[in-house]
Design a protein around this ligand. Structure first.
Ligand SMILES: *[C@@H]1O[C@H](CO)[C@@H](O)[C@H](O)[C@H]1NC(C)=O
Length: 287
């Protein structure tokens, strides 16, 4: 698909121009200092059954706690699997298995099909060994920038419970409707403020979703990727928003839902431009 490739190239260029996502790379094996603020301290590992991807999960999990799955496309479609490690550890520490579609230190070009491969793998290992608690019926897909476009590319996979678009959107306006016009699963847009090159494209995509699709959009420049200064999702505002998204959509936590349905907390955390549709149609059995 040359057009998709072109759009990836454009985001890659944009990211390179902003020097985002490149600060913690250089082939250095990252330390696993942060373990997340949730109840289950988490770290990352790899699995020979899932080559070229990085797996974040709780170090220990009570037998009765299920682990839904979050599958993530890396920024630039080439960042390492640990470039945004703190963000993924935070999610995992709240009881999720997070699969990131590049190796811990790899800077190789990723493909959208790796998100599908990750879901296949999770489906296969769920229920046994160290993955005994994994719940393969609750899988989210998402990604940052170019990785968000990869999530779009596989959006029709019926296994997704929800889609998370983080600082991403179709740069080519003529491709917005073709790409998002048939998305039916609840989709959440987390954009990075007016300095984020994905701000306008992501907002346009949101507007082109089917009117019946549950969706939420907000934008925040506090250290969010593509804006601010860090670009690796370490700001509390983005970590907290993503955790609430996962707690609601994948664990059925209705307390977490209020972050999006009342917006008081989100607004206090600096989210602006908030809009939503059909959130009342999101019904998740709590686990
Ligand atoms: C539900 O979400 C809220 C808000 O994030 C959190 O404080 C609470 O611990 C969660 N409950 C469970 C059972 O995970």
């Amino acid at each position: 698909m040359p057009l998709l490739h072109l759009r990836k190239m454009m985001y890659t260029t944009v990211i390179a121009a902003l020097c985002l996502g490149a600060t913690t790379q250089a082939g250095i094996v990252p330390r696993q200092a942060a373990s997340g603020s949730g109840p289950y301290p988490a770290s990352y590992s790899t699995d020979t059954g899932l080559a070229g991807q990085t797996i974040f999960m709780p170090n220990a999990i009570p037998a009765d706690v299920k682990l839904p799955v979050i599958i993530w496309g890396v920024g630039g479609c080439s960042d390492s699997g640990t470039n945004t490690a703190e963000f993924h550890q935070e999610l995992a520490s709240h009881g999720f298995l997070v699969i990131v579609n590049n190796g811990p230190t790899a800077r190789t070009q990723t493909v959208a099909a790796s998100l599908t491969t990750a879901a296949d793998w999770a489906g296969k290992v769920a229920g046994s060994g160290k993955y005994a608690n994994v719940d393969k019926s609750r899988i989210a897909v998402g990604g940052w920038s170019c990785g968000g476009l990869q999530a779009y590319a596989v959006a029709s996979d019926p296994r997704w419970v929800t889609i998370g678009i983080f600082s991403s959107g179709q740069l080519d306006a003529t491709q917005s409707v073709p790409v998002v016009g048939k998305i039916t699963k609840p989709i959440f847009y987390f954009l990075g403020g007016s300095g984020d090159p994905a701000q306008a494209p992501g907002t346009r995509d949101y507007g082109n979703l089917p009117k019946t699709t549950p969706a939420w959009i907000g934008t925040n420049n506090k250290g969010h990727a593509h804006a601010g200064t860090t670009g690796t999702f370490t700001a509390p505002s983005i970590k907290t928003a993503a955790v609430h998204w996962a707690q609601w959509l994948l664990r059925g936590n209705t307390t977490a839902a209020t972050y999006f349905t009342s917006n008081a907390e989100a607004t206090q955390a600096g989210w602006t431009g908030i809009s939503s549709q059909n959130l009342d149609k999101i019904i998740v059995t709590p686990i």
